[in-house]
Every structure is written in structure tokens, then in C-alpha cells.
Write a protein that binds this ligand. Structure first.
Ligand code: PHE
Length: 332
């Protein structure tokens, strides 16, 4: 009996080593070690043996089972490694395939969104202005009516750059410093949008990124009112999302606008998305930039482009937007 057990175990072990797929191995596992296997059959016959034989046969059976179980586990590991390698090979990107004249990739969703938004605003008569991502305290804060110790500075979770005086150079926390640059260098009427990347020192999660994108809009002219602000926001959101989307304004506070509001966009299913801030440019900001607030008034609004695009395309985790995974990128 013991010889039979060893012979069967040896044959079984060869078949396990030869299993070509994980499915084949699972079938073998059941056939060789399951309830109806030959080895299990010996167990049933053991009842008819005398106690000494029962002990030696039992030991041989256990040894055979354990050996085969180990062989199955080892082969499973090998087959999984092979499968993983094949998967990696199948998903491999050959970047040398990129050749001139071939359709090689496309712009990132955020870049596409900026281009589309710029087109919308250019169509409404705006120009596009850009500014530096590393800026000074004056442009990011002070000119925007944030006093030296203004508590609203803390709301901006700033990354400081180790350059010049302490806290003098910052990664811009919003695109509003570009407003300041435009007002300092141009005379009204000003109708401009400022797209760009901004930085906040905060933890990232599905709805927050430490590096994200804003588009800001600035108008300075004679006779500009809050009505112009509200209608411009409504106009651009309908142009971007479609006529089924509505907007609302809620009172808020920003040092650089007065009055200030936050604006939300209502999706066709009725739910609201908090999108950005807005308001009438504060007279102090106009004066700081060399514009006479007795002659000119203006409005500004700014919003997160990542959230805007994520909402339109159903991206539920903003962190996906920083992913290099082509399976994500190819969808847009
Ligand atoms: N700069 C503000 C922010 O990022 C948004 C804003 C822009 C608010 C323009 C009002 C006017 O928080």
C-alpha cells in the first residue's frame, strides 16, 4: 500500500509540475487531492488495517498529501509570475512607436479644458493674460488688500520659497496676482481671463489637489455692476456645460472683492457644485494698481478648472488628473 501511495504521489507531482495554466492547476488540485482522489480513497481503506500498519500508512499518506499541496502552491506561484509578466508585456507601451505624422496621443484633459474655456471667453470679447507661478508677496497678497497680518492669509495654505526675505516669495496660491499685473500694466477698459496653475499647502484627496488649476476673469471699466458679474458667470457656465446648467451666488468674503460671493453650478440632476469665488473689485485693489476707483469699477471671478472638467466628464477623484496611466488619459 505504501508503495502504491508513493507511486501515485510521484505521478501526481509530475502532472502538477507540468500544469500550464492556473485553471489547469486548480482542476488537478481537485482531482489529485479532493474527496474523490485516489489518495483520499486510501484513507477509507485504512479502517481495515491493524493499528501498526494504520500508523505507517497514515504517515505515508500525510507525507504524500503535504508534498503535493506544497507542489501545487509552488506551481501556482510560478504560473502567477508568468501571468503577471505576460500582462505587463501586453500593456507595455513602445514609446519608439511615436513617429512624425502618426496620431501620437493628445492633449491632457486639463489642457483641453483651458483651451475650450479660453475660446469661450475670447468669443465674449476677453483677452488671455498669463503670469509667473512663483510670485512675490505684493502680487499674491498685499496688492490684493491682504494686510500683513490679515487672517485670510491663513486660509490660503501657502508654500513659501526660500528666497529673499522670509515669506517674501511664494508659489502663487491663486491666479489673482495676474489681475494685479494686468491692472498695473494696462489702462482700462480691461476684459481679461487668467488661466494657470496654482499651489496650496494642503493634503490631497478626491476633491482637493495641492497643485491645481484656476481660471480667473477680470473686468475693469466705467459703470461695471454686480449684474454684469452674475450674467457673465451664467453665460460662461452655460457655454461650457450646456443650457441645462444654472448658477447661483452665495454671500462670501474675499479681501480683494466687496461685495463678494461664492458661485455654484447646478447640474441637470439638481445637485450643486461649488465652483469658485467672485465679487466687485475692492477700491483698495484698484488704487494699489494705479486705477482710480472713483472713475472705474470692476468685477472678478475665479474657479477651479480641475473640478469643472471633472464634473463635466464624470471624473470622481481629482487625483486621477495627475495620473500618467494611459487607460485613464485615453478616455478624453
Ligand atoms: N482668488 C480666489 C481664490 O482662489 C477666487 C476669487 C477670484 C474670488 C476672484 C473672488 C474674485 O480663492
Amino acid at each position: 500500500m505504501i508503495d502504491d501511495i508513493r507511486r501515485i504521489a510521484a505521478a501526481a507531482s509530475d502532472r502538477i509540475a507540468a500544469a500550464g495554466t492556473i485553471e489547469e492547476l486548480s482542476t488537478l488540485d481537485r482531482e489529485l487531492l479532493g474527496k474523490t482522489s485516489e489518495l483520499t480513497g486510501f484513507k477509507r481503506q485504512m479502517g481495515g488495517l491493524d493499528p501498526d500498519d494504520r500508523r505507517t500508512v497514515g504517515a505515508a499518506l500525510n507525507e504524500a498529501r503535504e508534498g503535493l499541496q506544497a507542489a501545487v502552491a509552488a506551481r501556482r506561484q510560478e504560473l502567477e509570475a508568468i501571468a503577471a509578466k505576460q500582462r505587463a508585456a501586453a500593456e507595455r507601451l513602445d514609446l519608439t512607436e511615436v513617429r512624425a505624422g502618426r496620431d501620437a496621443g493628445h492633449l491632457h484633459l486639463i489642457t483641453q479644458s483651458f483651451e475650450e474655456l479660453e475660446d469661450i471667453f475670447v468669443g465674449l470679447g476677453f483677452t488671455v493674460a498669463e503670469g509667473p507661478e512663483v510670485d512675490d508677496d505684493w502680487h499674491n497678497f498685499t496688492a490684493l488688500n491682504f494686510g500683513k497680518h490679515h487672517p485670510a492669509r491663513d486660509m490660503q495654505d501657502t508654500f513659501f520659497v526660500d528666497l529673499g526675505e522670509p515669506r517674501e516669495v511664494v508659489m502663487r496660491t491663486h491666479t489673482s496676482p495676474v489681475q494685479v499685473r494686468v491692472m498695473e500694466s494696462q489702462v482700462p477698459p480691461i476684459y481679461s481671463v487668467m488661466p494657470g496653475r496654482v499651489y496650496r499647502n494642503e493634503a490631497t484627496d478626491a476633491t482637493h489637489l495641492a497643485v491645481f488649476h484656476q481660471l480667473e476673469c477680470l473686468v475693469v471699466d466705467e459703470g461695471i455692476t454686480f449684474g454684469h458679474l452674475a450674467s457673465t458667470i451664467d453665460r460662461f457656465t452655460k457655454a461650457y456645460f450646456g443650457p441645462g446648467y444654472n448658477t447661483r451666488l452665495r454671500p462670501a468674503y474675499f479681501p480683494f472683492t466687496e461685495p463678494s460671493a461664492e458661485f455654484d453650478v447646478q447640474r441637470p440632476d439638481g445637485s450643486w457644485l461649488e465652483l469658485g469665488g467672485c465679487g466687485m473689485v475692492h477700491p483698495n485693489v484698484l488704487s494699489n494698481c494705479g486705477i482710480d476707483p472713483e472713475v472705474h469699477t470692476g468685477f472678478a471671478f475665479g474657479f477651479g478648472v480641475d473640478r469643472l472638467a471633472a464634473t463635466r466628464y464624470g471624473v470622481t477623484d481629482l487625483r486621477e488628473l495627475t495620473s500618467p496611466d494611459v487607460r485613464f488619459l485615453e478616455q478624453f
